[in-house]
Design a protein around this ligand. Structure first.
Ligand code: SF4
Length: 348
């Protein structure tokens, strides 16, 4: 009888040498399988025709190649953004997003099923935490989103860990997935094209500062005073703004990389000139660019999107202070694929 298969055992979460060891075969076979899964994004063992039928049957019988079952794919008519819903082996579901702007592709991956942080403007946070994802469950989101998608060497996709979950609360699995996505025999994504986005987990930032690579860091700040930030991002009660600032400073001293500050603009909540000035003050001593994101309506939540004139005024204040800021366009809000809108839709 074949061994019992488990989702965390899926081969999409393993390096070539680990695959070879798992399937008890030479390294060459591990590399072949890795390339089928990661480079060619082929998940059907019977289609891997450079292996003998006997080998394919043996591997298929004993091992899960994949961890995700695609359950739904929606495409925004407005922007072409695609949202994918995946089912996990234990019945949990997660979502990920592909955004395309011309030849530029960005994949937004989830690191957890649900999220424990409960940010009050976020659909994922309201649905609660289910569990951490395995390296296979994280990595495979990118492979599945890119199934059948062609891109040239100079337009390899960008990856952002900005879907469901706090990446630093599932640190080891996220780091392994980054190494897998960067692997030269797979997608071969450059470190600078990968961004890990945290809600401000200071322990995670300090840990991340020790990683010897150029992977980017972004922080979902949303407020520059502790009262408001604690209301929007409850993690702020554990890691207040001063402590977060010190951690970001330390990160920059170690890694010498610009950080991105994410700021979701909500009407009469955090879009005032006073808030913009508080942000300017907060960023003193940091090399940071600011990404302003219009809040995308979630019907059950008591917020409204910031109107365009307030967004532009906010941006102008940052610009006058010499801070590089971009105002992100709504991308995929009609299919609830925008920031803060991801959730386990089976729970609706
Ligand atoms: S915004 Fe991010 S960290 Fe906050 S609840 Fe949502 S998924 Fe979690």
């Amino acid at each position: 009888m074949p061994p019992i298969k488990t989702s965390t055992d899926s081969l999409t979460g393993l390096f070539p040498a680990e695959i070879a060891e798992r399937i008890e075969a030479p390294l060459m076979r591990g590399r072949q399988l890795f390339q089928w899964l990661h480079k060619k994004r082929v998940f059907d063992i019977d289609a891997m025709t450079d292996m003998s039928k006997t080998d394919r049957a043996r591997i298929g019988e004993r091992h899960f190649l994949t961890a995700l079952t695609p359950a739904l794919r929606q495409e925004s008519r407005k922007t072409g953004a695609q949202k994918a819903l995946f089912e996990l082996a234990d019945g949990e579901t997660i979502e990920s997003v592909l955004l395309a702007q011309g030849s530029r592709i960005t994949l937004c991956l989830s690191s957890q099923a649900g999220c424990a942080l409960g940010c009050t403007f976020c659909a994922t946070g309201q649905a609660g935490f289910r569990r951490d994802l395995s390296p296979a469950e994280i990595t495979e989101q990118a492979l599945r989103l890119l199934e059948g998608v062609e891109y040239s060497a100079d337009s390899t996709p960008n990856i952002v860990y900005m879907g469901m979950g706090e990446p630093f609360h599932n640190y080891d699995a996220v780091m392994k997935s980054i190494h897998l996505l960067m692997h030269i025999e797979g997608l071969h994504i450059g470190a600078r094209k990968i961004t890990v986005s945290t809600a401000g987990d200071v322990a995670g930032i300090l840990h991340f500062a020790e990683e010897p690579w150029q992977v980017r860091l972004s922080v979902s700040l949303h407020a520059a005073d502790d009262d408001l930030r604690s209301r929007l991002v409850p993690l702020n009660r554990r890691y207040p703004l001063r402590e977060l600032h010190d951690a970001l400073k330390h990160y920059q001293e170690k890694r010498n990389r610009q950080i991105t500050i994410e700021w979701v603009l909500m009407d009469d909540v955090n879009d005032s000139p006073a808030q913009a000035k508080a942000l300017v003050t907060y960023l003193k001593g940091l090399d940071a660019a600011v990404n302003l994101i219009p809040w995308n309506a979630v019907p059950s939540l008591p917020y409204l999107p910031s109107p365009i004139h307030k967004r532009e005024r906010f941006m102008e204040i940052l610009g006058k202070a010499g801070i590089k800021a971009t105002l992100r366009k709504e991308r995929g809000d009609d299919i609830e694929a925008a920031c803060g809108q991801l959730r386990n839709i089976r729970q609706d």
